[in-house]
Design a protein around this ligand. Structure first.
Ligand code: TYD
Ligand code: MG
Length: 493
């Protein structure tokens, strides 16, 4: 595209000058979601973000209809059943990354890796190109760090990559000039897309217009040359820098790298994948020598379990969950405490607050567990975020255990979905969940009745409780006649 600019003849210059005259017009673009507003406002109507609207020169050409017989080229059509070449995949050599990608990087594809600054995106990609570099030429382009800095980091992490090239650049025109050649490398990392700019736009790097235009150029290049493009995108809340959200539709795969500050665990999650499933996660641990793959997340999430065997810890329950195709055991903790405030607090980390409200309402209405005047805190250990409805029963068990001050047996896992009428519904993949639990030394499962029937005899190592409703769950903690049986609950049932 660069060549045409120099040989411009006079009429072209004149038609070029028209948009300059129009540039007095501005538009107001939300830097978070890309919505265009007619005038400046403190809050974006489309996504609700504050202070995210920025004035940008209106550079869009006025829409023109193509008209009848517009001189287009007829498309070549091909049948759905025709056998085409399989998209070649390159395994990165980092199993947790490959799992999330759906088996490896696809040639000619664009992958966006979003995440908070400092979460480890550059580290992950540096490790990935060094692993990939054994088989294919890779190029790591940084707009944030100097080449020497990247080299030092690689040396500190003990990484070597004979066929990994580095460059510090942010002008997309230069990057295209380097890459738009037959001998281009097979894998290209752009760190980060917010630092890239195209010189045909006036807006500053990091604005929606620049981020979109730069990504558009790079993605087209990747398709044209069949190279795998990895784009880093920072997620920021301050509205000055366009978030990766505006790019999600332009790329083939969107991964988010998440983790709690202060936790070592990092979770790589696919939110869009044109070449694979989106419910897989990759688990890493940030160590002094880079990111380490965690092949068995359950061991990691249970590593610091509160209390010891025989210890009396209430409010802690192990949930037998599923992330993609992989079973993950994780401890959930609840604390129900009398409130000191007029309105009790409900605080959740790692789970949906609406789901907590529902479980509390069902426990109160169907089980007679009064929590209305208590603060309820719920925490998923290790910084994992749980999205499965199958976690309902584990959350309920943790809340009941804390409210009644009765611990659950240490060797028990819990799973099941709770309905509004207090019924406990079956969840998929009982066998996988039980197998993982047995592997890690658990002997009991509190699970829905249907799952128990389906799993009968499958896993003799695990004894399953028969749970059809929240009342059955309460009876485990508070069997009739036990000293724990609370008078207020007797009144309710
Ligand atoms: P980085 O990959 O630069 O994050 P991003 O590119 O997402 O902004 O990671 C930066 C953080 O990771 C930094 O705060 C320090 C930490 N870190 C380690 O703990 N160990 C390491 O070996 C490396 C390279 C980084
Ligand atoms: Mg970085």
């Amino acid at each position: 595209m660069g060549a045409g600019n120099h040989g411009a003849s006079t009429p072209l210059i004149r038609s070029d000058s028209q948009p300059v005259a129009r540039r007095t017009a501005s538009r107001y673009v939300c830097q978070d979601c890309g919505a265009v507003a007619p005038r400046w406002a403190g809050r974006c109507d489309a996504c609700g973000a504050w202070n995210s609207i920025v004035e940008e020169p209106d550079e869009a050409a006025p829409p023109r209809a193509i008209g009848a017989g517009g001189g287009g080229r007829r498309l070549a059509l091909s049948g759905l059943d025709e056998v085409g070449p399989d998209a070649p995949r390159r395994a990165t050599g980092i199993a947790e990354l490959d799992r999330v990608l759906g088996g490896g990087l696809v040639a000619g594809s664009a992958v966006l890796i979003g995440g908070d600054p400092g979460i480890g995106k550059s580290t992950l990609l540096l490790q990935a190109v060094c692993a990939l570099g054994r088989e294919v030429a890779c190029l790591y382009i940084s707009g944030e760090e100097a080449v020497e800095q990247i080299r030092m980091r690689a040396a500190r992490l003990g990484l070597a990559g004979p066929s990994v090239a580095l460059a510090a650049a942010s002008d997309v025109r230069d990057i295209l000039a380097t890459l738009d050649r037959p001998e281009a490398p097979g894998v290209v990392v752009i760190d980060s897309i917010q630092t890239m700019f195209v010189d045909t736009l006036d807006s500053a790097p990091g604005t929606v217009a620049q981020v979109r235009a730069s990504a558009g150029e790079l993605v087209r290049l990747a398709k044209r040359r069949g190279l795998s493009l990895l784009l880093v995108g920072h997620v920021t809340k301050d509205g000055m820098i366009a978030g990766p959200r505006v790019l999600e539709h332009m790329v083939d795969v969107v991964l988010y790298f998440e983790g709690e500050r202060g936790h070592q665990f990092r979770i790589l999650r696919a939110v869009k994948n044109r070449y694979g499933a989106t419910d897989e996660i990759g688990v890493f641990e940030m160590t002094g020598s880079g990111l380490r793959e965690v092949a068995n997340p359950s061991e990691l999430f249970l590593a610091d379990r509160s209390g010891t065997e025989g210890g009396r810890v209430t409010g802690a329950v192990v949930f037998a969950g599923l992330e993609g195709t992989r079973p993950v055991l994780v401890e959930v903790q609840a604390l129900v405490a009398p409130t000191a405030l007029g309105t009790p607090r409900r605080a959740v980390v790692g789970w949906d607050a609406n789901r907590l409200a529902m479980v509390l309402a069902v426990l109160e209405a169907r089980g007679g567990i009064a929590v209305g005047a208590n603060d309820v805190y719920l925490n998923v250990a290790g910084g994992l975020k749980i999205g499965e409805p199958a976690a309902d029963l584990a959350m309920a068990a943790a809340i009941v255990s804390s409210r009644l001050d009765v611990p659950l047996a240490h060797d028990t896992v819990v799973f099941g979905e709770i309905g509004l009428s207090g019924e406990v519904r079956p969840v998929p993949q009982t066998e996988l969940r039980l197998k993982e639990a047995a592997k890690l030394g658990f002997a009991r499962a509190i699970a829905p009745r249907r799952n128990r029937r389906d799993a009968y005899g499958l896993n003799p190592a695990i004894e399953m409780s028969d749970i059809a409703s929240v009342d059955d769950l309460l009876n485990l903690f508070d069997p009739p006649g036990s000293p724990y049986r609370a008078p207020w609950r007797q009144a309710a049932t």
